[in-house]
Design a protein around this ligand. Structure first.
Ligand code: NAD
Length: 382
């Protein structure tokens, strides 16, 4: 039986990961450590907290004594570090907490794991670790900076033969530019958030070099799916459409992001933890580059279609179904230093571990919208 310490599991991706793992593995223990900031929500994991395989600790990943206590009480096999301050706009307003949690918190977790996992030293003075222990750090494509947008009209994305064969469930892929981020793209963060995540990646890699500390890093693109806090684009748009409110879109709405369905992401993390060699870094992307404005339009179209075809959902609306149209879109002043384009090349994880993003955006966005329609209580309780 493996025991996972999952930090930040009352947040969006961490909660989805815990649900996925408990569903997939019978014989597993999950220890959750979460500070329950504004982004943490116990309601998201209320069923999981009743599961005898789960133990919850409320607290800060920066708290040495608390983290040591957890390692003293539990034989942790894997740390999966989701805990972070994760919203770029908030990092522009108040960068300091991002540096504390994202950098010092990560370092604190590793320091304690190093202490409890090491059994002695080898002949060169490097720590020797108990078999099978690993620290999994969840990072972001934003550490690579921004890519140029070379095409106004996207072109077909051509995959290499082996990747195309494994990812045969995905067709008609497209791209807005000539380059994509690979694991060897130089790190070039541009916001306080991405700078803090880059610093955390680098301190993880430094522990790998200096102490032979066993780690993996995954860098993912924008996630979407159930339980997403409605300050991020897709859940905010869904919430506002249902409330009949305006839909704020930064600048001209032409920034490009790659969108990854959260369950596909969780599958990728599980594979990396269980199959990847220590000290490897993997990009996890969705094969779905899209301009923000098109995401907003598709969300409007999908909600409008559902409301018209299944009128029982109209009781959720605080507006008339006819008002769900592009007139809701309102362009607002652009974010400071807004990155133009992110595009993840996940070739390495596809080729080495056989993972690919199974969920097309059309399928994923409809699943996500239906989840919000069916879980109004969760949304209203926030
Ligand atoms: P989130 O903001 O929804 O959740 C973060 C969780 O961490 C919350 O439950 C919060 O209470 C907890 N937390 C914050 N500070 C803490 C601290 N000091 N100690 C303990 N817990 C703390 O974040 P998310 O969207 O689920 O993202 C999870 C991870 O994935 C983050 O590391 C983020 O950088 C990364 N990531 C997210 C996305 C995305 O699209 N959401 C994309 C790329 C990378």
């Amino acid at each position: 039986m493996k025991t996972y310490l999952v930090t930040g599991a009352a947040g969006f991706i961490g909660a989805n990961f815990v649900k996925y793992m408990l569903g997939k593995y019978e014989d597993i223990r999950i220890i959750i450590l979460d500070k329950l900031t504004y982004a943490g929500n116990l309601g998201t994991i209320e069923n999981e907290l009743k599961d005898s395989r789960v133990t919850f600790f409320k607290g800060d990943i920066c708290n040495r004594e608390l983290v040591e206590n957890i390692f003293m009480q539990e034989e942790i096999d894997y740390v999966v570090n989701f805990a972070a301050e994760s919203h770029v706009d908030r990092s522009i307003e108040n960068p300091q907490i991002f540096l504390e949690t994202n950098i010092l918190g990560t370092q604190n977790l590793m320091e304690v794991a190093k202490k409890f996992w090491s059994t002695g030293k080898d002949e060169f003075g490097y720590p020797v670790y108990k078999e099978g222990k690993k620290f999994h750090h969840v990072s972001t494509d934003e550490v690579y900076g921004s890519l140029s947008k070379d095409y106004e009209i996207p072109k077909e994305l051509i995959l290499d033969e082996k990747v195309a064969k494994i990812a045969s469930g995905r067709k008609n892929l497209k791209t807005y530019g000539e380059k994509m981020f690979t694991e060897s793209t130089p790190l070039d963060p541009r916001s306080p958030y991405s700078a803090s995540k880059t610093a955390s990646d680098m301190i993880v890699m430094a522990y790998g070099e200096t102490y032979k500390f066993p780690y993996n890093i995954t860098r993912c693109s924008n996630n979407y799916g159930p339980y997403h806090f409605p300050e991020k684009l897709i859940p905010l748009i869904i919430k506002n459409i249902l409330a009949g409110k305006k839909l704020p879109v930064y600048g001209k709405g032409d920034n490009v992001r790659d969108w990854l369905y959260v369950e596909d992401h969780c599958k990728g993390i599980d594979l990396v933890i269980s199959k990847a060699r220590a000290h490897e870094i993997y990009n996890i992307g969705g094969f779905n580059e899209e301009e923000n404005i098109n995401i907003v339009k598709l969300t409007i179209d999908t909600i409008s279609k559902i409301m018209k075809n299944e009128p029982e959902y109209q009781k959720i609306l605080a507006t008339d179904v006819e008002n769900i149209n592009y007139c809701l879109i309102t362009y607002v002043q652009d974010r400071l230093g807004h990155d133009a384009r992110y595009a993840i090349d996940p070739t390495k994880i596809v080729r080495e571990l056989g993972w690919y993003p199974e969920t097309s955006f059309e399928v994923g966005i409809e699943k996500t919208i239906r989840w919000y329609l069916d879980n109004q209580k969760w949304l209203n309780n926030l």
